[in-house]
Design a protein around this ligand. Structure first.
Ligand code: PGA
Length: 255
């Protein structure tokens, strides 16, 4: 990941059929390259696994990176239904989302499995995108900062990040995902400071240039700048606003 370039990661979730994903990837590649945006902003796309290899072919030779929405922390074995992070590495993957709130909520992803995945992803030289964020209830109970601190610490305990490696923390308040209600930039700034401090505590290192923080949760073309203008925020994780190539290009152009 280049030092001063912001990054935008498109999380397509389970929203597009393979045909739709391939068409969007082709269209996006054309528009992104034509606009010369690769000089300004790095972009990665996370399609679902059925579309993954075809989208990889479309993106081959472009400046657009491939990301996975999930992956498993073993190379091989009897793990029905899983896809190894090692296989993903072999298949052009650069970034992998780990511990997205939808995986925590609907697929019982635990702090322990998230920690294993981060560790294994780094062993494969993938860039883990650790997703963290509080629920609306956590917030109502005044526990937001504590929840965020615990998620960072549990995910990264015992993890070793080499100076040449990158780790991304995607801070995504659960209440902001898909709700149309993004977090206020002033609050994001405060939370990014808490995340930084938790990183320093758990990784026992004062200077962690390899760790970047990005924001996710109802990011769109109108609000993206209010987040990426913050010095501590290195980019965005975008769901809904990344599903149509033209709209996604508009969003990236704002940065
Ligand atoms: P959203 O999703 O942009 O649709 O809110 C973000 C995410 O879940 O990563």
């Amino acid at each position: 990941m280049e030092k001063n370039k912001k990054i935008v990661i498109a999380n397509w979730k389970m929203q597009l059929s393979p045909q739709e994903a391939i068409a969007q990837a082709k269209n996006f590649k054309k528009l992104y390259t034509k606009a010369g945006l690769e000089k300004k902003v790095a972009v990665a796309i996370a399609p679902d696994f059925l579309a993954y290899l075809e989208v990889a072919k479309v993106l081959d030779g472009s400046d657009i990176f491939l990301a996975a929405q999930n992956g498993y922390s073993e190379t091989k074995g009897a793990f029905t239904g899983e896809i190894s992070l090692a296989t993903l590495k072999e298949s052009a993957c650069v970034y992998v989302l780990i511990g997205h709130s939808e995986r925590r909520q609907f697929f019982a992803e635990t702090d322990e499995s998230i920690n294993n995945k981060i560790s294994f992803a780094l062993q494969q030289d993938l860039i883990p995108v650790l997703c963290i964020g509080e629920t609306f209830q956590d917030r109502k109970d005044g526990r937001k900062d504590v929840v965020v601190m615990q998620q960072v610490q549990n995910a990264l305990r015992g993890i070793d990040i080499k100076p040449s490696q990158t780790l991304i923390i995607a801070y995504e308040p659960v209440w902001a995902i898909g709700s149309g209600q993004a977090m206020q930039p002033a609050e994001l700034k405060h939370t990014a400071m808490i995340i930084r401090q938790s990183l320093i505590d758990v990784l026992e290192d004062k200077d962690l240039p390899q760790v970047k923080i990005i924001y996710g949760g109802s990011v769109n073309a109108e609000n993206i700048n209010s987040f990426t203008d913050l010095e501590m925020i290195s980019g965005a994780l975008v769901g809904g606003a990344s599903l149509e190539a033209e709209k996604f290009i508009d969003l990236i152009k704002q940065i």
